[in-house]
Design a protein around this ligand. Structure first.
Ligand SMILES: [Zn+2]
Ligand SMILES: [Zn+2]
Length: 303
């Protein structure tokens, strides 16, 4: 296989649109596609102050690398969840990758902040759900306290296709109404965007090694094999014989999302009486789960 552009040695064979590219032209293709996605969905303006939540996966490192290269005003936030060796290794990985990329990375230690790490918090809810709430809350609060107006996550085409399929299988119409490449700002929650929305996991892995980022393969000990992983495998099988399946599925969803919108119950946001963040109830679920008596302040000094 030869590169479609320069006829040099192919580095990757992209399934859809079908083409082979050398390393140099693949890097160019990938970055152009991210820039196009940002424009297409009006994700980020050059004057925006962008916060990237980076947990330790390659998607976070890749999105950081590309946005920095494209010249956006980005900083990262990593939360140390205190899940033993997994969290220690995640932290090391994040520090190493962000210093390689040359981007500022803020680190928040959940236990120092609230007195309890993820394994220590007592709740009847499953660990993954508690952890998800904590991460979403801390990132939003950090963005709000420090004037970041856009939050970036590394979700890709495979994640989105699997998420939509899962919600179709369960007919979770309310989730189907709320998903997408851009979630608008609401109350004190900043706008959330997914610049890797139209790129596949395979392309992201290939880009990651092409630009010299490292792979992190440690798994969280609490994570069970999620059903979305099975959907991902299924969709990849379909993709083999019917290239473009994932892309068409996600684009078709965006076209038809309005059909689900009447399912959204528009609960007005009020301020949590403990921390002051936007919340649908009197006390937000983070303050409730962590049994906080007063709100946490995440404002950073001018260091
Ligand atoms: Zn080439
Ligand atoms: Zn609260």
């Amino acid at each position: 296989m030869k590169c479609k552009i320069c006829k040099g040695e192919a580095y990757i064979k992209i399934k859809y649109p079908k083409m082979a590219l050398c390393k140099e032209h693949f890097i160019e293709y990938f970055e152009k596609k991210v820039q196009k996605t940002i424009k297409k969905y009006k994700m980020i303006d050059p004057e925006d102050k962008v916060l990237i939540a980076i947990s330790g996966g390659k998607d976070g490192a890749v999105v950081t690398y590309v946005l920095k290269k494209l010249g956006y005003n980005v900083e990262c936030l990593h939360i140390n969840l205190g899940i033993g060796d997994f969290s220690k290794k995640s932290l090391e990985y994040v520090k190493k990758q962000t210093s390689y990329i040359g981007v500022k990375c803020h680190i928040i230690d959940l236990k120092e902040l609230t007195g309890k790490s993820i394994p220590e918090v007592k709740s009847r809810k499953p660990k993954c759900s508690i952890c998800g709430t904590a991460k979403r809350y801390i990132v939003s609060k950090f963005a709000y306290d420090n004037g970041f107006n856009v939050m970036v996550t590394g979700h890709n085409l495979d994640d989105e296709a699997a998420f939509i399929l899962n919600n179709v299988m369960n007919w979770s119409t309310e989730y189907l109404a709320r998903q997408g490449p851009v979630l608008p700002q609401k109350g004190k929650f900043p706008k959330k965007v997914k610049p890797l929305y139209e790129l596949t996991e395979e392309e992201i892995s290939a880009y990651s090694s092409a630009v010299g980022l490292e792979v992190f393969s440690e798994k969280c000990p609490f994570a069970k094999k999620a059903i979305t992983l099975e959907y991902k495998e299924m969709l990849n099988k379909l993709e083999e014989t019917r290239p473009g399946t994932k892309y068409r599925f996600v684009m078709g969803y965006l076209k038809n999302r309005h059909l689900f919108e009447k399912e959204i119950e528009d609960i007005p946001l009020i301020e949590c009486k403990v921390c002051g963040m936007s919340s649908s109830g009197e006390v937000c679920s983070f303050c409730k789960t962590w049994r906080l008596k007063e709100g946490i302040d995440l404002k950073i000094g001018n260091d």
